[in-house]
Design a protein around this ligand. Structure first.
Ligand SMILES: O=C(O)CCC(=O)C(=O)O
Ligand SMILES: [Fe+2]
Length: 320
């Protein structure tokens, strides 16, 4: 008779790679949510869409695809780690790792404010080699020693020092994941926070606003920006990479589309603005550039035409 495997709790590096956990359709659906609502600012070269962000910005309907995925992942984690206790989802987020993104050796509970995390699940939504280069997940010890991401696969592991890992730098393309952390501490349960955000956004906005497909602005304190620390503002870089150029309303020359020297572009990031494409300028005034970035994929603002962002106000001067 074959000996039964040792209980997972006694294994040195408890982790599991599951192939084909998410269907290709689900991967695409999640990618769509991310393209619609992803926001820069969580870490340099990373764009994220967290569930609290969706709930807080009037996109509660986009939480739906996550409901079965979270449950299936919770089941998989509970069963693999033989959990005889309640397990709560602490964080769920879509994360794209753009060119230059990486993370060094760490365990996922390695900061005082992360101690509540006990298990991690990372689902891969696109493919290493085809969609991007780099971005391989490596573990310091144990098997599998590395994970080459394939769309639909999921890796689950303990968040403690038994699973120290890193992710190689993405050198080309964009690597897309949905990452969940699980906790035993109900104080960190993500669900009540989502419900609170959902009830705020659905109760406190005008009906006309609720019908808009454009996300509401996320609150300033939901994201941090690195400008103060490094002199580099991730919002500005992202606008630039996407092909947007600031165009102040006083600019008479549509070809130069430049910001007058007196206007600090960084200050403009925080001011209300409109978004334009070629000779069309959308009527909607966005609260700030972050809000416009949240919405730009809904508006299909990524075509082959020149794009620009104008300061709000007399935009007609910009298109003469
Ligand atoms: O995306 C991955 O493969 C792992 C990500 C990771 O280590 C993290 O977010 O802490
Ligand atoms: Fe990690």
């Amino acid at each position: 008779m074959a000996a039964s495997p040792p209980p997972i709790a006694t294994v040195d590096h408890p982790r599991l790679l599951l192939h084909g956990f998410l269907s290709p359709e689900t991967c695409k659906e999640l990618e769509f949510v991310h393209r619609s609502c992803g926001t820069a600012g969580y870490r340099p070269s990373v764009v994220s869409t967290s569930l609290p962000h969706l709930a807080a910005t009037g996109c509660g309907h986009l939480l739906l695809p996550f409901v079965p995925i979270r449950e299936q992942l919770r089941d998989a984690v509970e069963s693999f780690f033989s959990c005889h206790f309640d397990l709560f989802v602490e964080f769920t987020g879509l994360i794209s790792w753009c060119k230059g993104a990486s993370i060094g050796w760490h365990s996922d509970d390695n900061k005082p404010y992360l101690r509540q995390r006990v298990f991690t699940a990372v689902c891969y939504l696109n493919n290493h080699g085809k969609d991007y280069k780099g971005g391989i997940l490596r573990f310091q010890d144990g098997e599998p020693s590395c994970v080459v991401p394939v769309a639909g696969d999921v890796v689950i592991y303990t968040a403690d020092s038994r699973n120290v890992h890193c992710v190689d730098e993405v050198t080309e393309g964009e690597r897309l994941t949905v990452t969940l952390w699980f906790t035993r501490d109900s104080a960190y349960d993500e669900d009540p926070k989502l419900l609170a955000f959902l009830s705020q956004t659905s109760l406190s906005y005008e009906p006309a606003f609720q019908n808009s497909y454009i996300p509401l602005p996320a609150s300033d304190n939901m994201y941090w920006f690195s400008y103060d620390q490094s002199g580099f503002d991730i919002r500005y870089a992202r606008l630039h990479i996407l092909g947007f150029i600031f165009c102040a309303s006083s600019d008479q020359d549509s070809n130069s589309r430049s910001v007058p020297a007196s206007e600090d572009p960084i200050e403009l990031l925080g001011k209300p603005l409109r978004v334009g494409r070629r000779y069309d300028v959308f009527e909607k005034i966005f609260a700030n550039s972050l809000h416009a970035l949240q919405a730009r994929r809904c508006l299909w603002l990524q075509a082959a035409w020149p794009l620009w962002v104008t300061a709000s106000g007399d935009w007609t001067a910009a298109q003469t």
